[in-house]
Design a protein around this ligand. Structure first.
Ligand code: MTE
Length: 333
């Protein structure tokens, strides 16, 4: 997807999550200091230890839930891409543009605490902590094909909750025609966001029509291969929209906005003639620079890449084709 010409880099306008979280930590520490009336240095050590302990507790809790995830009838029985390939061949431009960069550069990325800001056309806007959003939900394992617009694909056992069940908690109104999503901005932990050659105007943004977002196949994933989502795969929460090209499946989400108009989306904005808003997998509509008729299923075999034919809607036509009935899919690519 690399686009050669560097565009102007504008500073991110998303500071709220960081401000919110540091304020939360500050208030917790201050309350502890005042209550105890003891030496601040000692106390802040205590607070840090407690923060670490609560992080461990959270990770253990979510891992137990992930391990207990129920199987889904939506899963494919195709051979899964080995764990190592899922971990080491990624697109996550926040950590760099080469496929191994996310694996190599994301170790220091902090996923706890994690908050999601919910705004726009809904009755329950606010800032929600991930543990509150995931704890009551029942997690499912969904083995899905992932088809990248670059014509490679994998089969990944995600664990997550249907996005619809998450979104319904915020009670969207009739004006919510689309849902917009944003990835966290943390240049200090995400080297790709500091790069002067990046073509992306951070934060990475994506969006879906509300009926696409509410479709039973659309998943908010928090795990894969029975484990907590690795940083390079979009920890701690990402979208998985299996009938669309992979770039719609935005990682490390910190903002959800219910809107009336089609929202700004990153790749569509960078190169609208190459990456449409819909981005439905479609072997009949080629990318201007390459064919979309077939794909390279990863990993390759002993005798080179494994080429397979690309299926309409990535093989999910039976479930999703009706979302687009009467729509010209050549024009709305
Ligand atoms: N989300 C963010 N925030 N940044 C990205 O660069 N890349 C997208 C998508 N989500 C991307 C992102 C693309 S192009 C693909 S193909 C998938 O993530 C890849 O997901 P994976 O690395 O878990 O296989």
């Amino acid at each position: 997807m690399l686009i050669k010409q560097p565009l102007d880099i504008r500073p991110s306008d998303i500071t709220d999550e960081k401000v919110y979280l540091s304020r939360r930590q500050f208030m917790r520490s201050t309350a502890a200091v005042v209550a105890a009336g003891a030496a601040p240095a000692l106390l802040s050590q205590g607070v840090l230890a407690r923060e670490n302990a609560s992080r461990q507790v959270w990770v253990r809790k979510i891992e137990a839930q992930i391990a207990a995830a129920r199987k889904s009838p939506f899963s494919t029985s195709e051979e899964k891409t080995p764990f190592d390939d899922v971990l080491e061949y990624n697109n996550f431009y926040e950590f760099g543009t080469s496929k191994s960069d996310p694996y190599e550069n994301s170790e220091q990325f902090e996923i706890q605490p994690w908050a999601i800001k919910v705004e726009g056309a809904c009755h329950k806007p606010g800032t929600y902590h991930l543990e509150d959003l995931v704890k009551e939900s029942q997690l499912e394992e969904r083995i899905y094909r992932l088809r990248c617009v670059e014509a490679w694909s994998m089969v990944i056992p995600w664990v997550g909750i249907p996005l619809a069940s998450l979104l319904k908690r915020f009670e969207p109104t009739m004006n919510a025609k689309y849902v917009a999503f944003e990835t966290v901005v943390r240049p200090e932990q995400m080297p790709g966001q500091k790069s002067l050659f990046s073509s992306i105007d951070w934060p990475y943004r994506e969006g879906l029509r509300i009926d696409e977002a509410m479709h039973p196949l659309t998943l908010a994933a928090v795990g894969l291969y029975g484990k907590i989502l690795p940083n390079q795969n979009g920890a701690p929460i990402r979208l998985v929209v299996p009938w669309k090209y992979g770039f719609k499946s935005i990682k490390s989400i910190v903002a959800i906005r219910f809107v009336e108009e089609e929202p700004y989306t990153t790749w569509n904005n960078i190169a609208p003639n190459e990456y449409g808003f819909y981005a439905n997998v479609n072997p009949k509509v080629d990318h201007p620079r390459w064919s979309q008729k077939s794909e390279r299923r990863l990993p390759g075999g002993l005798f080179g890449p494994k080429r397979i034919e690309t299926q309409m809607f990535n093989g999910y036509a039976e479930q999703v084709a009706s979302l687009y009935s009467g729509m010209d899919l050549q024009a709305n690519y």
